[in-house]
Design a binder for this molecule. Structure first.
Ligand code: NAP
Length: 264
């Protein structure tokens, strides 16, 4: 008879030999990022966490330590302040003693109805979701090219694949990000640096908690498993859950004259 502790959840067995050793997480309090870093922590990774809420960053760091992370350091920073990026990134890499993976999760959903009336809100969404990752990734890409290796794993969205009336400002920020990542990959893949564009469909996190039907959205732990596997396999683009690759293929194929009349 097995005497397993009753409260232990059975975790899938994984070969940890491909686990990245040094991971920088930008937007570490994100629901998707937290689920992902828990897997890496369990496998003994070294983590540097950046978030803007000191208390939440400290609590995520403490949790990851108890889950097995070999090393956890943190920085509290509002990433909207792009001028602070170079110093922050240099500090993180010094703390980790190098870099295997930079995981960019920072993002805001914003409010589409507000963005339609208030251009400052629209520009804020574009700043956090596009300008901020572009600033971080330009620095990180050049660092990785210099060392001749590394992975840049970035959370974009299926929302960037086609503009819809219900979220086209957020969607356009992610479309810009996906295009930036495609071009960056085309520039630096040949230098030994992997650029992974992650396109989740709707996932149950703090970002979507107030959305209609959110209880049916994807489990962040399942999404995180696919992200970890895509990093290991050095994939270029990941739709997660996988069904979203097919859904977006269909959505992209709808002719514009039909699409403009749909309530999406
Ligand atoms: N959930 C989904 O359905 C879904 C689908 C497709 C793509 N995504 C993308 O996945 C990424 C992670 O989202 P999530 O679902 O995990 O939502 P989340 O829990 O709300 O995560 C967003 C993260 O971005 C951080 N952030 C926002 N503005 C920041 C700033 N100025 N400085 C520092 N950190 C900032 C948030 O920090 P605070 O905790 O302090 O707010 C939070 O850690 C986002 O880029 C999102 O667009 C999510």
């Amino acid at each position: 008879m097995s005497l397993e502790p009753v409260n232990e959840v059975a975790l899938p067995k994984r070969d940890a030999s491909h686990t990245p050793r040094r991971v920088l997480v930008l937007g570490a309090t994100s629901g998707i990022a937290e689920a992902t870093t828990r897997i890496w922590a369990r496998e003994g990774a070294n983590l540097f966490l950046v978030g803007r809420n000191a208390q939440r960053v400290a609590s995520v760091a403490a949790d990851l330590k108890t889950r097995g992370a070999a090393y956890v350091d943190t920085a509290v920073a509002d990433l909207d302040d792009v001028d602070g990026h170079p110093e922050l990134l240099a500090r993180a890499i010094t703390s980790l003693g190098g870099l295997d993976v930079a995981y960019v999760a920072v993002g805001i959903l914003g409010e589409q109805p507000t963005a339609e009336q208030d251009v400052n809100h629209a520009l804020h969404i574009l700043h956090t979701n596009l300008t901020v990752p572009v600033s971080l990734l330009t620095w990180l890409a050049n660092f990785c090219v210099k060392q001749g290796r590394g992975t840049l794993a970035v959370l974009s969205s299926v929302a960037g694949d086609r503009g819809r009336k219900s979220n086209y400002v957020y969607g356009s920020s992610k479309a810009g990000l996906s295009a930036f990542l495609a071009g960056l990959r085309n520039r630096i893949d040949r230098e030994g640096v992997t650029v992974l564009t992650i396109k989740p469909g709707p996932v149950k996190t703090g970002m979507t908690v107030n959305m209609k039907g959110s209880e049916k959205f994807a489990d962040p732990n399942k999404v995180a498993e696919q992200i970890v596997s895509a990093v290991e396999k050095r994939k270029d683009v990941l739709y997660t859950p996988s069904i979203w690759a097919l859904i977006m293929l269909v959505i992209r194929a709808i002719p514009e004259r039909v699409f403009k009349g749909l309530n999406l």
